[in-house]
Write a protein that binds this ligand. Structure first.
Ligand code: RB5
Length: 144
């Protein structure tokens, strides 16, 4: 199951991704925001991060204007590896190498067509399970 959240800057793109999830029968939880009224991205980055870290959701998606603030907020949650991706190469690589569990995007940076491809790539790529990548992720876990 996927958990998704955004601030006002990411609201419209979040709705487009939700439409895609509904078309594809992908089960998701939308933690907000629920309108384009200005709100604070740390709230939603934290909520998505905690929902993934708890094990209730397999992966998360966070969106703000740049993707930067909300990815910083999600990464404050222990166990979260949020990756800011604006291209499919990075989305694939961060799943293969970092086992990223949250995808962050900036709705003011890329269009919805590319964003949907990035979502598909991120959700469709399994972690490589390579020893060297496990070792590096473990080192990150040990730092927090
Ligand atoms: C909101 O105006 C904007 O600051 C926010 O969406 C995000 O880009 C922050 O990193």
């Amino acid at each position: 199951m996927i958990v998704i959240g955004s601030d006002h800057g990411g609201f419209a793109l979040k709705q487009e991704i939700i439409t895609y999830f509904e078309e594809q029968n992908i089960v998701y939880k939308d933690v907000g925001c629920y309108s384009e009224e200005a709100c604070d991205y740390p709230t939603f980055g934290k909520q998505v991060g905690e929902a993934v870290a708890s094990g209730e959701y397999e992966k998360g998606i966070v969106i703000c204007g740049t993707g930067i603030g909300i990815s910083i907020a999600a990464n404050k949650v222990k166990g979260i590896r949020a990756a800011l991706c604006h291209d499919c190469f990075s989305a694939e690589a961060t799943r293969l190498h970092n086992n990223a569990n949250v995808l962050a995007m900036g709705a003011r940076v890329i269009g919805s067509g590319l964003a949907l491809k990035i979502v598909q790539t991120f959700l469709g790529t399994r972690f490589s399970d390579d020893e060297r990548h496990i070792r590096r992720i473990t080192q990150i876990e040990e730092q927090s």
